[in-house]
Design a protein around this ligand. Structure first.
Ligand code: SF4
Length: 362
């Protein structure tokens, strides 16, 4: 018997639940199919990568190592209150990030600009997709004023992809960076940006605005790009990272594992990252002056399927494997490799940044 109430009897959802339903509408009361074993592996169909160890979220509980800490403590309360008072829009809350307690306790948060509607539809991402509403040209000033005096040590600002705008949102990005740096001179600012469809002028506009770290995520290995990031290109992402380094900024990228890749492809990605992002005439690599300085930071974390409408989990990667990825990434020449089941691009971003200047502290 179905326990799902008819639509007319359901209470109106509010806040985070209404936003979740807007993105992926399904009956309240749960997904009636969630206990059914999938007949086929979507990973197998899309990625041709099924192994005997493949896992499906629908039939497997999360392993113990994916349990996050319960939010609490003075630092967490202060950040929570500041964000609520200033009505900032955070990815931490929108994505129900499991690290919220730990990051907010350290005064680290991720803010999203350029609206809440993305023009792309990646198979792993829970952000709403569609035609964005009217662009808010006052946003840079509003974000800067909201952050002024909050006492955050480090902030990450990210955005949806805005392929509908002639400059991909580069102008608003640059203005936001300048105003935030002006309003909060003691706070470190990291920006996590899109690829601006490879338009070098737009990419330069953002890089040159002066953020402390410019991040652009690879998300997955080369072979999985068509299924995971159909609107992006592996080489184009590498080119954005190369350009960041060529212009002398700190570059950072991130990938998820457990979405269909193999371990050897992750190692190949490390080698590609160093080779492709050091191929420039900008600042030299202090450890090997014969080449340009490569991408500085990579984060590696377990993919978690946001809803049944998203790509399935292919495997749970063991913490020991994450530790091996860290060793191998550093051996390949990446300065900071932040690798662990709960690691996200912005997870303890201040500590990742500190790792650049405090070797061994990453
Ligand atoms: S990992 Fe990023 S999104 Fe998650 S709580 Fe930390 S800052 Fe927010």
């Amino acid at each position: 018997m179905s326990t799902t109430p008819p639509p007319s009897t359901t209470a109106p959802a509010s806040g985070a639940s209404s936003r979740a339903l807007e993105r992926h509408p399904r009956p309240l009361g749960g997904d009636p199919a969630r206990n059914l074993r999938p007949l086929v592996s979507l990973s197998e169909l899309i990625l041709n990568n099924r192994t005997a160890e493949s896992h499906q979220l629908a039939v497997k509980r999360k392993p113990d190592w994916l349990r996050a800490k319960v939010p609490g403590g003075e630092g967490y309360k202060k950040t929570k209150s500041n964000i609520a008072t200033n009505r900032l829009h955070t990815v931490c809350e929108e994505a129900a990030c499991p690290n919220l307690g730990e990051c907010w306790a350290r005064g680290v948060a991720t803010i999203m600009i350029l609206g809440d509607t993305c023009t792309r539809a990646c198979g792993f991402c829970n952000v709403k997709t569609g035609k964005p509403p009217v662009t808010d040209w006052d946003e840079p000033e509003r974000v800067a004023e909201s952050l002024r005096g909050l006492g955050l040590r480090y902030v990450v600002i990210t955005s949806v992809d805005r392929d509908d705008l002639p400059d991909g949102g580069a102008g608003i990005w640059a203005e936001t960076i300048r105003r935030v740096k002006d309003a909060c001179p003691d706070m470190k600012l990291e920006v996590l940006v899109g690829d601006f469809k490879g338009n070098q002028g737009d990419i330069d506009t953002v890089i040159d605005a002066g953020a402390d770290v410019v991040a652009h995520n690879l998300e997955t290995v080369r072979r999985c790009h068509p299924a995971v990031r159909p609107s992006a290109r592996y080489e184009r992402t590498m080119e954005v990272l190369r350009r960041i380094k060529e212009r002398g900024a700190v570059a950072k990228t991130g990938i998820m594992v457990g979405i269909g890749e193999r371990d050897d492809e992750v190692i190949e990605l490390f080698d590609d990252l160093v080779a492709m992002t050091s191929d420039h005439t900008g600042p030299r690599d202090p450890r090997d002056p014969s080449r340009g300085d490569p991408c500085d930071i990579i984060t590696i974390g377990q993919y978690l399927q946001p809803t049944r409408n998203h790509l399935p989990i292919d495997r749970w990667v063991h913490p020991d494997r994450f530790a091996q990825f860290e060793t191998m990434g550093k051996a390949a020449g990446i300065k900071v490799v932040f690798s662990g089941p709960l690691v996200r691009s912005s997870y303890l971003a201040d500590k990742q940044f500190d790792g650049l200047t405090l070797p061994g502290d990453a």
